[in-house]
Write a protein that binds this ligand. Structure first.
Ligand SMILES: [Mn+2]
Length: 353
């Protein structure tokens, strides 16, 4: 019989995030949204990272103090995953691997932990998850978007028809550790048995198959802000029972050109986080500049759209010229170094670095 975590009449829930410096603000804002809707839970937050700035730590510490809620930073050793940094399929930072390591660190600290992606916002009570009986399962999660699930079930040779999204995981720490999910996932990621499109998620789906409980979709409602931008969608349709909103894909609510609805929600919670004074991110890459031009065009701001489109063209051209020069120099045998070094040298010569 599993004991329910109680403190007097109040339920306790430990909630964990895994971030790099770029996602730390997202975690802080998600924490603010959870606090807003869960005044009757005793919450303990954990932020796992392979490295972050002192400034981010200070912001979290000041938020923890202001709200009177424990928020711990756990610095992890990247050693086990260092060699996956150059994963060619990688839109992902190594921060995605923190969730695999959490249950070992939390052993003895808590029986269960709710892992939450930093691109999620909360709009309801988590009490049901705090009290849910997980039985012999190592975790509980929501099924991924149908098209992704179908594709990955085949690719990973899963026996069943359940492929979960790893953006929200309710983890039973003891069951997870007893089933050696952490070691087995690391082993799978390191082997070349499968081509992993979503490295941590694919690996977890494989090694924890049949041991993960399926949760109602309201716990991880997925939105792609990039497709909303491309299809010029004006409103996000959010069902009334949705509790956790997950903004997957490359466009996030903290980007200045993201969907107004998601952005306003994000800013409202950011006000109440330790990040209240931080402006939204401006576009940095040429792909982001192109999205930003589309955003302005969709909003009828044609002058700004043209300016961003120009910035996109210049940045993309410079990127391509650098790549072409580097390849030419490499082919001519002028350099023996890596392509990236030559590209940066070419960029400096052209004054584009
Ligand atoms: Mn996510």
């Amino acid at each position: 019989m599993k004991k329910t975590v109680m403190n007097g009449n109040r339920l306790t829930l430990h909630i964990a995030f895994g971030v790099d410096e770029n996602f730390f603000r997202g975690a802080g804002v998600c924490i603010a949204s959870i606090l807003e809707h869960n005044p009757d839970l005793d919450l303990v937050f954990h932020v796992f990272t392979f490295g972050c700035s002192e400034q981010s730590r200070v912001r979290l510490a000041s938020m923890s103090q202001a709200r009177g809620v424990p928020m711990h930073v756990h610095l992890l050793d990247e050693g086990a995953f260092a060699r996956y940094r150059h994963n060619p399929r990688g839109n992902y930072s190594n921060a995605i691997f923190t969730r695999i390591l959490m249950p070992e660190v939390l052993n003895g600290i808590t029986d269960r932990v709710l892992y939450v992606d930093s691109d999620i916002l909360c709009r309801g009570s988590l009490a049901e998850l705090a009290g849910l009986d997980l039985g012999e399962c190592v975790a509980a999660a929501v099924a991924d978007v149908h098209t992704i699930a179908q594709r990955r079930i085949g690719a990973m040779a899963l026996e069943g028809d359940f492929y979960f999204n790893s953006g929200l995981l309710l983890i039973d720490v003891a069951n997870w550790n007893r089933a050696r999910i952490t070691e087995r996932a690391i082993e799978l990621i390191g082997s070349d048995e499968f081509v992993l499109d979503y490295p941590d998620q694919d690996a977890l789906n494989k090694v924890a198959e049949h041991r993960v409980m399926k949760l109602h979709p309201k716990w991880n409602v997925m939105f792609s802000l990039l497709s909303s931008l491309r299809t010029c969608r004006q409103k996000l349709s959010i069902s009334d029972d949705a509790v956790m909103l997950h903004f997957g894909g490359p466009l996030k609510p903290w980007h200045s050109w993201s969907h107004s609805c998601a952005q306003q929600m994000f800013l409202r919670y950011q006000e109440r986080s330790g990040w209240g004074d931080v402006p939204l991110d401006a576009p940095r890459t040429y792909k982001q500049m192109h999205q930003c031009a589309t955003y302005h065009r969709n909003h009828g701001k044609y002058t700004s759209a043209i300016i961003w489109y120009g910035a996109y063209l210049r940045t993309k051209l410079s990127f391509m010229v650098r790549g072409a020069m580097a390849s030419a120099l490499l082919a001519a045998g002028v350099f023996s170094g890596g392509l990236a070094d030559i590209a940066s040298w070419a960029g400096r010569v052209l004054g584009m670095a």
